[in-house]
Design a protein around this ligand. Sequence first.
Ligand SMILES: Cc1cc2nc3c(=O)[nH]c(=O)nc-3n(C[C@H](O)[C@H](O)[C@H](O)COP(=O)(O)O)c2cc1C
Length: 300
Amino acid sequence: MAALELCGVPLRGPVLNGSGTFDAIAARRAFGDALFERFPFDAFVSKTITLEPRQGNPPPRLWETPAGMINSIGLPNKGLEGFLASDLPELAPLPVPLVVSVMGFSRDELAQLVAAVDDRDEVAMLELNVSCPNVETGLVMGADPAETALAVERVRSETAKPLVLKLTPNATDPAAVAAAAEGAGADAVSLVNTLKGMALDPETGDPWLGGRTGGVSGPAIRAIALEQVAAVASRVEIPVIGMGGIASGRQAADFMDAGATAVAIGTESFRDPAAGCRIAAELADLSLSRGTRPTSSTTV
Ligand SMILES: Cc1cc2nc3c(=O)[nH]c(=O)nc-3n(C[C@H](O)[C@H](O)[C@H](O)COP(=O)(O)O)c2cc1C
């Protein structure tokens, strides 16, 4: 029996992965069927795909910070056709619902991606990653409420599947962006994506990362993410998926207390690929000890 429904999709629990932080295809090769028997997440979010294939940024791509990391991976992916032909058949047998994350560099590109993914029955939901600039306006789609509304309106008619809008924390007012997404027809919002950051090579003083700047993730951003989740959850009626530095059930419970319906684990999975299982178990224990069951019979 499903423990909760997220946008009408039954889930056995509230713990998802953050897009781009768990390679289920590589994990299947490494762990075989054991991965399916003990899959660490209650829904799987794909890494973000774009219309055309991308190489990603030049190395180095990672910098470890005292409480997390900065990545400048740059969204390497096979592009829409490559994803549909080779990745989707490998992700479809996962024992949990599949969410496909897409990013377009214009509203039409985003619509093309959404329409193509909508055709596939294996996909339960779509997540829109709007952390990139719109090449037509130069504005980061997800940093501006009006841009976000136009993007969601443009893609809404292309799919009846639930649409999750992934918010960037690099916005003046993420709650206003969330409200704009809700008004334009988004079914849920997820947050936070990474915060903009930089590291310098101590020898040369030049940027260390191949992409010059990158995205900060992990425990370093948790307090910021928690505040943004609380602000967004108090502004919108649609479900909120909270993430940003979650590494324990206690911390996941904080995000749910702040108004999240579900949580996602990102950087912690690099340290411990089974972190999703541990965090779900800790969260369940906490709910029992509190005498509450935040994940049972919850329909949103
Ligand atoms: C190496 C790496 C790759 C990521 N790739 C993506 C991506 O493809 N799409 C996306 O929307 N977010 C991506 N993210 C952001 C995560 O999904 C998540 O929003 C963020 O890392 C905050 O959660 P965390 O602190 O638990 O990692 C990536 C993060 C990391 C660290």
